[in-house]
Design a protein around this ligand. Sequence first.
Ligand code: CA
Length: 227
Amino acid sequence: MHQHMKLLVVEDEKKIANLINNGLREQGYTVDVFHDGVEGLKQATSQPYDAIVLDIMLPGLDGLSVLRSLREKKIATPVMILTARGEVNERVDGLNAGADDYMSKPFSMDELVARLRALMRRVTGESISFYKAGDLSMNLVSREVLRGTRKVTLTPREFRLLEYLMRAADQVLTRTQIIERVWEYHFDPGTNLVDVYIQRLRRKIDDGETHKMLQTIRGVGYSIVSK
Ligand code: CA
């Protein structure tokens, strides 16, 4: 069911990182693991994840700084922070910095999986009803899309494609990611379906505008660029 769910784990203790990695993979998740804060932040801002497991004490950049930086960049991916036993202040700081939940080490893998699932459900449970990037806004409830004050009319599939791109505004999505999320099944990778839809969407959003928001990152994918 969650075969396309992708999680990022940032934890410097290799043993714990491996445990989490294996535990999540067993559950069918795709997992990327990084062992320091700088790399973790770079990764979290370069592609969309469904959730992030973030240790607090990390080399390079500590977990709370990573978290603050993500929230400043308006990256709303749910974050589960990991704390050592008794680090009460850090839990409070973590929640203040925008963490969605925390777990103290040592923890059971079953509980971590259960709580990550709950986090991801909360996020996909329509809690987000509005996206904005630059002067492009999209209301998921009224389904109104505006470029500045101009109303943009989209087909349901175009709407879904834009929603996925807006969710990851200023990050790059690959064609494969787009196909899996927007069409939910596997296409012949040679298909130009995504390109066709991107072109249509681009015409509707960017025609007549000075700033072209829907950009092609050659050889990588597509991105909504807010400014
Ligand atoms: Ca650590």
